[in-house]
Design a binder for this molecule. Structure first.
Ligand SMILES: [Zn+2]
Length: 245
């Protein structure tokens, strides 16, 4: 799959990890997933034609607030298509085919109103104003969001919740690299030997623009998929990430 990074560069490079652009950190995070030998590779395209993901499902929008099928942009945004981020720092809006769980697309929105840098290790805080403010590491957050683009969900929000060490847990933490559970999740969806089963969504959104073939799933049906999916899955597959991370 291809993701398109439209993050560009900070005003004053370099970033703390020595990179000069945000895009370099998208490339680096993608290479972490790609190194696991799964039957999926993330190709990062920097820049290029931009299709605004915001809009109602229909022409040019595979789901509400996702762009054309297969289009996975990563963008800074002041809100999520007009909705306030609240305490969310990044949001991936996944669009699936409810019948098969196949990924359609997943734009990643990065909250431009919080502070970003790129570094390894413990989460940093800026104390220069007297009130400590978190400065988020964009690399680990992109690593997490690419997991959503691949179809992984939060293990700590699965039903039942899984108490595991993972970059895919719902809160940003001092973990800055993939953990065993993350890799196991990736390989559960995309086994090493062959293109495997598609991710099973734990929630649903209606994916099918009527002008395309075969997908005629309404919102009500998608809701049924939500209930059924929660009952049967361990949480892999994730439709709309609306948590802090
Ligand atoms: Zn998440």
């Amino acid at each position: 799959m291809t993701v398109k990074s439209f993050l560009g560069a900070p005003t004053r490079p370099p970033l703390l990890n020595g990179t000069r652009t945000w895009d370099e950190n998208v490339l680096s995070a993608a290479s972490d997933w790609n190194a696991q030998g799964a039957a999926v590779q993330i190709t990062v395209q920097v820049g290029g034609p931009f299709a605004d993901p915001c809009g109602r499902q229909g022409r040019g929008h595979a789901c509400d607030n996702t762009g054309p099928a297969g289009d996975n942009p990563i963008i800074f945004a002041n809100d999520f298509c007009g909705r306030d981020f609240g305490d969310i720092i990044q949001l991936t809006n996944n669009c699936y085919q409810p019948d098969t769980g196949a990924m359609v697309n997943a734009p990643v929105f990065i909250n431009a109103k919080v502070r970003w840098n790129a570094y390894d290790g413990r989460i940093r805080f800026d104390t220069s104003t007297g009130v400590p403010e978190p400065v988020y590491d964009i690399r680990r957050v992109i690593l997490h969001e690419l997991g959503h683009v691949l179809g992984l969900a939060h293990p700590d929000e699965a039903d039942p919740p899984q108490a595991v060490v993972a970059i895919m847990n719902s809160r940003v933490s001092n973990i800055d690299r993939l953990q065993q559970d993350d890799v196991e999740g990736l390989l559960a969806i995309y086994p090493r030997s062959a293109p495997g089963p598609q991710p099973t969504p734990s929630q649903g959104c209606s994916v099918a623009p009527k002008e395309t073939t075969g997908w005629f799933w309404g919102t009500a049906f998608a809701f049924l998929v939500v209930i059924r999916g929660i009952g049967r899955s361990a949480g892999w597959g994730h439709l709309r990430n609306r948590v802090r991370f």
